[in-house]
Design a protein around this ligand. Sequence first.
Ligand SMILES: O=C([C@H](O)CO)[C@H](O)[C@H](O)COP(=O)(O)O
Length: 207
Amino acid sequence: MKLQVAMDVLTTDAALALAAQVAPHVDIIELGTPLIKAEGLRAVTAIKAAHPDKIVFADLKTMDAGELEADIAFAAGADLVTVLGTAGDSTIIGAVAAATKHGKGIVVDLIGVADKVTRAREVTALGAQFVEMHAGLDEQAEPGFSLAKLLNQGETAKVPFSLAGGVSLATIASVQRAGASVAVAGGAIYGADDPAAAAAALRAAII
Ligand SMILES: O=C([C@H](O)CO)[C@H](O)[C@H](O)COP(=O)(O)O
């Protein structure tokens, strides 16, 4: 299982500093949606230039103009780009076409999708490299949130998936047991007093 750091910081400088701390311990460096909205795709270019050996993940959460938005992100240096699972099939197909042109990949984020299992199988057939079983920050803050349902959906779908939703040292083993290809950790890393140590501990918990 790969480890992905989700950088939900708001400046390119903060992202470069965080990436420098945690890069030795992660496989994928994600530029979070707020970062890309705040700084633009130049942040993707800066991170890729600083870490050419890492998979750079641009969390665009594209909902329309799939081919256009994915194309400009790949041109900026992204290796993986997200499209929302709530988007139409044509948007996903267009993004996959851009990925094929660049030799890169599309990840379909299932945030907000009610039937994640069915949609995961549909978008995998459309060419998604993997799907993200995802509970966003707002969903995590809702009373009674639990990772259990998301883990079960990932296990049931039987397609390649990452899992994101407040993953921490307490839950990463269950993410691996569920069969995830990638564990995504944002707040557990960037919110830690020592992000490097937090990333190293998460890496060590992957067996
Ligand atoms: O995609 C994300 C969210 O929508 C805010 O951008 C997060 O990067 C993702 O949820 C991972 O972060 P944590 O949930 O803090 O681990």
